[in-house]
Design a protein around this ligand. Sequence first.
Ligand SMILES: [Fe+2]
Ligand SMILES: [Fe+2]
Length: 256
Amino acid sequence: MRILFIGDIVGNPGRMIVEQKLPELQKEYHPDLIIANAENASNGRGLTPKLAEALFDANIDILTMGNHVWDNREILGYIENERRIVRPANYPKGVPGLGYTLVKVNQAQIAVINLIGRVFMGDYDSPFTTADQILSEIEPVTPHIFIDFHAEATSEKLALAHYLDGRVSAVVGTHTHVQTADEQIFPGGTAYLTDVGMCGPVNSIIGMKKEQVLQRFLTQMPVRLEVEQGPAMLNALFLELTEQGKAASIKRITLK
Ligand SMILES: [Fe+2]
Ligand SMILES: [Fe+2]
């Protein structure tokens, strides 16, 4: 199974480069499944139904989310009826949407799970025990399991990935918007990358206007952040999985 995972799509620049470059990526890698993190698609904050549809029309199969999932309230009703979007599974019980989804790919199935970290993030349920719970439901169904772990701290990302090594196909980090260079396959066969990066403006501070972010840091005053303009980059990860759900190859992608 061939999977392309696209990092946090930030605003218009992110969406435009994804729409522009995805056909090339499909030609080169022939992915069976395309997953993208869309928590910043709407002007850097959340996702709207209209933008979700546009991303599905651009051939993305599944959208994962993160801490910005509720920033745009239009998503609330939509996410309840959309099985192609997953929000962090370790949010409190009863919040709208799915924490994982099962997708048919060729003759097989894959589970796509979204989890959020707790270090420098928020007061969520444990991503470790939540993963255990979800795996007890999924393991009888399929060995193909992909996790987008939306987290700030490298140590928490590595810890979850090692905790799940051999039980899932991949643990890939999102949220920092900066791609790391530590892609690897763990001894148990789980693919890992601390952070896949973002699709968004290159000359920015994690996608947002530099002056506004700097003003926040310099003054400690609340400053509304807007997505930076200018040339964009696309960060992604390509994975090949065996029929047994083990990682066979892992490759980082950066396009400008
Ligand atoms: Fe993000
Ligand atoms: Fe985030």
